[in-house]
Design a protein around this ligand. Structure first.
Ligand code: 15L
Length: 282
């Protein structure tokens, strides 16, 4: 793997990066925006993808399939793991794609000697903190559902693989990465695609990544999160939500005691339960 040098930017691209979840929302963004940072990209997803450019390899891969993940990881220099279920869903779905999936990624990284993983964690790891709280990267985790729990597991798993095997990781607690913020909450949580790309670049090229937790938000007003604990990444977001404020604030706010407004996780804190068994009679 070429020497990791945060100042080098485009001059020393990595060899081959595996991007999981490449057909997903953020995967499609990174498929294009990461191109300058690697000689080639191996793109994996459970959804079939077509039309690989010259610098791309396409691999269809179910993250719950250990052998398939192992094959997808073989021969890469770094992994950007965006794959899995990206919202609150029944536990059984989360178990397969996210919990088994992230284990398969790290186990394959260990087996194939991959030294660095960028793991798409989520703000939902801390979703039951209040919107009035200001969080550091080492705050107590308060997952707001099975999805947030699976990301908390991924953060712990990546820590274990660093402590035990020296595999470096960044856990990106991404807020809301969409073309633009969709509501008042996202005025705080939004991460532009440009800042997402820069965050991933910083994690790939940081000279010493170790095990780093970092929040993924643009330079928005009234933040809930501090990245002081991840300053070594050199991540400086360029965008902010001010151009979108008037539109988002033209919609009436929720009641002050509505849990969706009280907690950082927003609507995730009220999703479920997902009943799969008949109702229990009292
Ligand atoms: C996430 O982690 C989800 O993947 C995304 O779809 C958004 O819902 C985002 O969090 C959010 O909190 O806005």
């Amino acid at each position: 793997m070429p020497k990791l040098d945060a100042t080098a930017k485009l001059s020393t691209p990595l060899g081959k990066i595996l991007l999981t979840g490449a057909a997903g929302g953020l995967g499609q963004v990174l498929r294009h925006s990461l191109q300058p940072f690697a000689n080639s990209l191996r793109l994996s997803d459970i959804t079939p993808m077509t039309s690989a450019a010259a610098h791309e390899e396409i691999v269809q891969c179910n993250l719950a399939d250990k052998a398939a993940v192992d094959a997808a990881v073989a021969g890469v220099d770094a992994i950007v793991h965006m794959g899995g279920v990206s919202t609150e869903r029944p536990f059984e779905e989360i178990l397969e794609a996210n919990i088994k999936g992230v284990f398969h990624i790290y186990e394959a990284a260990r087996r194939h000697g991959v030294r660095r993983v960028v793991f798409d964690s989520s703000n939902h790891v801390v979703g039951f903190h209040k919107q009035s709280d200001f969080l550091e990267t080492d705050c107590a985790r308060r997952p707001d559902g099975y999805y947030g729990l699976s990301k908390a597991y991924g953060e712990d798993l990546s820590r274990f693989y660093f402590d035990r095997y020296g595999i470096e990781s960044a856990c990106l607690r991404i807020g809301s990465s969409f073309p633009e913020p969709a509501d008042r909450r996202m005025l705080v949580t939004w991460l532009s695609y440009r800042d997402l790309t820069e965050l991933v670049r910083c994690c790939l090229f940081a000279p010493a990544l170790g095990h780093t937790i970092v929040y993924g938000a643009s330079n928005n007003r009234d933040p809930w999160w501090s990245n002081a604990g991840a300053a070594h990444l050199g991540f400086v977001p360029q965008d902010n939500t001010e151009p979108f404020r008037a539109k988002a604030e033209s919609v009436a706010p929720l009641a002050a005691d509505d849990p969706v407004r009280v907690y950082q996780g927003g609507s995730f804190v009220v999703r479920g339960p997902f009943e799969t068994l008949p109702a229990v009679s009292p």
